[in-house]
Design a protein around this ligand. Structure first.
Ligand code: SME
Length: 161
């Protein structure tokens, strides 16, 4: 396990993701506890991008339950199909929300959140086992590059979650 992350001296998000993927792979290497690895992934993403909130919700029964996160306190439970997180779980796909006020049923954990991306985390059986939720205090923070890179990072959890 490599217990540190070196960020390149750039604000180019594609370059940052390119540097983060192998380093996060190394960081998770050899650790099979999903919560430990989710915790480190939230720390990596918050350190790299400074987003308002970065965290996981785990599927527990018929709900999502708050998991490791970085940022302000958040709601602890989200029902299947509710909010952006519950919708990403139900539809088994990444959801990018440019303006949270325009997303019907958005769950506002923080009044500072303006845009959001939620990525499902699949287990080895192809079921959604968690979602990664990232909130920004800026409108339209996330796009296809973020979706692709965050999906690749979430894939690292597939064998162990
Ligand atoms: N906005 C999310 C709820 C979780 S918080 O943003 C941390 C949603 O609508 O599912």
């Amino acid at each position: 396990m490599q217990a540190f992350i070196q960020l390149p001296n750039t604000t180019d998000r594609v370059d940052l993701y390119a540097a983060l993927l192998p380093q996060t792979t190394a960081l998770l290497q050899g650790e099979r506890d999903p919560i430990a690895n989710m915790a480190n992934m939230t720390a990596v993403l918050r350190a790299a991008f400074g987003w308002h909130w970065v965290g996981f919700y785990r599927v527990v029964g018929d709900e999502l339950v708050l998991g490791p996160f970085q940022g302000p306190v958040a709601c602890t439970r989200i029902a299947f199909g509710k909010g952006v997180c519950g919708t990403a779980w139900k539809e088994k796909r990444t959801i990018v929300v440019e303006d949270v006020d325009a997303f019907p049923g958005h769950i506002a954990c923080s009044s500072l959140s303006r845009s959001e991306i939620v990525v499902p985390v699949f287990n080895s059986e192809g079921h959604v086992a968690a979602v990664l939720d990232v909130d920004s205090d800026q409108l339209a923070e996330f796009g296809p590059n973020d979706a692709q890179a965050l999906e690749a990072l979430c894939e690292l959890l597939r064998p162990i979650i």
